[in-house]
Design a protein around this ligand. Structure first.
Ligand code: AP5
Length: 195
């Protein structure tokens, strides 16, 4: 199963991806996590990405695509993957489609988690207090939400035009949201019974 998980900052992509990893036995590939690891390791890529991320902007398409390509070529991604945080603009949609065509692994479904913005702000404030992520400050969150509205919202339309978009209500208990996602997957899966 090859899945893209879409949604605003704080909509629950990371949380639900981790739950899907357990259910589906395929890896989560989060471009945000890959970038944070590069920042932490102070690689040249991380040094370039750090200020951009802390400003709430998007890291350049070329950097993120190169990182994603390397990750998708790892053996554990052969059986499928959950892409969390990519694509984030229409150029990334096109790059992803070309990359997956080259790998012979076309995307099956794009799930968008729908969460109202007031709840998003509340959730990120909760995480900021608990984890201290550098881009969870009120100013950066405002910018991330602005960038999301401007650049990432059109991604849903891209997948809708391909008939691959499913919109899932992201409000509720974690297990309930997971069940809705599993129910939105295109083919019946035995794993749903145990969700
Ligand atoms: P990234 O790490 O992808 O951040 P994001 O998209 O802003 O998403 P978040 O991690 O904030 O939220 P989430 O949707 O995963 O929600 P979560 O599960 O954590 O990207 C960070 C930065 O990296 C970007 O700004 C950009 O600079 C760069 N970047 C990344 N990808 C890029 C790309 N493709 N191109 C260019 N740049 C890129 O949940 C949030 C909180 O809510 C948690 O505390 C959680 O416990 C809670 N929560 C979750 N679900 C529920 C629920 N159902 N009920 C109550 N609370 C819940």
């Amino acid at each position: 199963m090859r899945i893209v998980l879409l949604g605003a900052p704080g909509s629950g992509k990371g949380t639900q991806s981790q739950r899907l990893v357990e259910r589906l036995g395929i890896p989560q590939i989060s471009t945000g996590d890959l970038l944070r690891a590069a920042v932490k390791a102070a690689t040249s890529l991380g040094l370039k990405a750090r200020a951009v991320m802390e400003a709430g902007q998007l890291v350049s398409d070329e950097i993120v695509l190169a990182m994603l390509e390397e990750r998708l070529e790892q053996p554990d991604a052969v059986a499928g993957f959950i892409l969390d945080g990519y694509p984030r603009n229409v150029a990334q949609c096109e790059a992803l489609e070309a990359l997956l065509a080259r790998l012979g692994q076309p995307l099956e479904v794009a799930i968008k988690l729908d969460v109202p913005s007031e709840l998003i702000v509340e959730r990120i404030a909760g995480r900021a207090a608990a984890q201290g992520r550098k881009d969870d400050t009120p100013e950066t969150v405002r910018e991330r939400l602005r960038v999301y509205a401007e650049q990432t919202e059109p991604v849903a339309g891209y997948f809708a035009a391909e008939g691959k978009l499913r919109i899932v209500d992201g409000v509720g208990e974690l297990a309930e949201v997971s069940r809705r996602i599993l129910d939105a997957l295109p083919t019946p899966r035995a794993v749903r019974a145990s969700a």
